[in-house]
Design a protein around this ligand. Structure first.
Ligand SMILES: Nc1nc2c(c(=O)[nH]1)N[C@H]1C(S)=C(S)[C@@H](COP(=O)(O)O)O[C@H]1N2
Ligand SMILES: [Mo]
Length: 315
């Protein structure tokens, strides 16, 4: 089943203040139980979210919103691509808070109001899943570096670890006999990757707060890495000295490396990464013949992060 939302108010007509008011109304409705009546898995994602243009746009056709919100990987809700949209109705992305700790001068906890108060930008990014499909998505978010600046990383901090919420009551993939992954889902970046201006924490997509299936209320977006690095529904960010664990790397280290940079020259052991299938309108299946670009096309911005590194060994 595909769920559609009412046409959004054009971004130009929304002030940050009105976005805040709408969100406040949404939270109030949620508290009163009214949200259960809305198209369930889009409950949080139904709220308009104002953002200024962030200056990044590959000028390629956008993947239709209906695809962006119905073809997802979010194993906490099941391993099928339709599961996250169909089985996330019970998930409650508000209230929320993200704890930031580890090797920082000022550990802190950010609630939704504080996250929304960062200067939000809309950025259109190419996204590329390790499974060889890709999308072009208008995210709303803010640079992760802005949040890291607030907590003042110590000189000893070399990496940033991320953790997804564990809520079996709300996430059907986390209960039952067959559980596809160990929980919590975890990810990591090197500190310079985390501070790179392209790396954002996203709070919205297509002009609205994130739908549950896309990682509400806050997820990571790193457009030059394979999709699995984009950890969803984040509750904790920890600065560390040692390389943090990454869920897929733990599961199958020969298939999924810590870096996970999009690289058409390094094949996944079971399939080629040279080409990809751009999702657009016609659903999941299409021709898998679009060439995959080094660093997903963001080489000018990020190649210097890996100068001198063997990217075949550090895949
Ligand atoms: N917590 C969590 N985050 C996750 C995943 C997951 O299963 N659990 N899947 C990853 C994978 S493999 C991809 S391709 C992207 C998909 O993000 P999207 O559904 O918003 O396109 O989310 C990533 N983040
Ligand atoms: Mo993925």
């Amino acid at each position: 089943m595909r769920l559609y939302r009412p046409a959004p108010i054009p971004g130009s007509e929304i002030t940050p203040e009105s976005a805040w008011i709408m969100r406040r109304d949404l939270l109030r409705l949620g508290a009163a139980g009214g949200l259960a009546l809305a198209a369930p898995s889009l409950a949080f994602g139904a709220t308009e979210l104002a953002a200024k243009p962030g200056g990044y746009d590959p000028k390629e056709p956008l993947t239709p919103e209906a695809d962006v919100t119905s073809i997802n990987n979010f194993y906490e809700f099941g391993t099928g691509k339709a599961d996250p949209a169909e089985k996330s109705a019970d998930f409650k992305p508000a209230p929320w808070s993200v704890k930031v700790d580890g090797l920082v001068g000022k550990p802190a906890e950010f609630d939704l109001d504080q996250l929304m108060a960062f200067e939000l930008e809309e950025r259109v990014y190419r996204m590329r899943c390790v499974e060889a499909w890709s999308m072009v998505i208008p995210w709303i978010g803010f640079p992760l570096s802005a949040l890291l600046d607030r907590v003042e990383p110590l000189g000893s901090a070399k990496y940033v670890a991320f953790e997804t919420v564990v809520r079996p009551e709300e996430m059907p993939g986390q209960r039952g006999v067959f559980q596809p992954l160990p929980w919590p889902y975890v990810e990591g970046l090197r500190l310079d990757e985390a501070r790179h201006p392209l790396t954002i924490l996203s709070l919205g997509v297509y002009g609205k707060t994130l739908p549950n299936q896309n990682g509400a209320p806050v997820r990571l977006v790193v457009p030059w890495k394979y999709g699995f690095k984009g950890i969803k529904s984040i509750v904790r960010i920890t600065l560390t000295e040692d390389e943090p664990a990454s869920t897929w790397n733990k599961m199958a280290p020969n298939e999924y490396g810590f870096y996970a940079n999009v690289n058409p020259e390094v094949d996944h052991p079971r399939w080629s990464q040279a080409t990809e299938n751009r999702i657009g309108g016609g659903g999941f299946f299409g021709s898998n013949d679009r060439p995959t670009l080094m660093f997903n096309g963001y080489g000018d911005e990020v190649a210097s992060l890996y100068a001198g590194m063997d990217l075949k060994a550090n895949f």
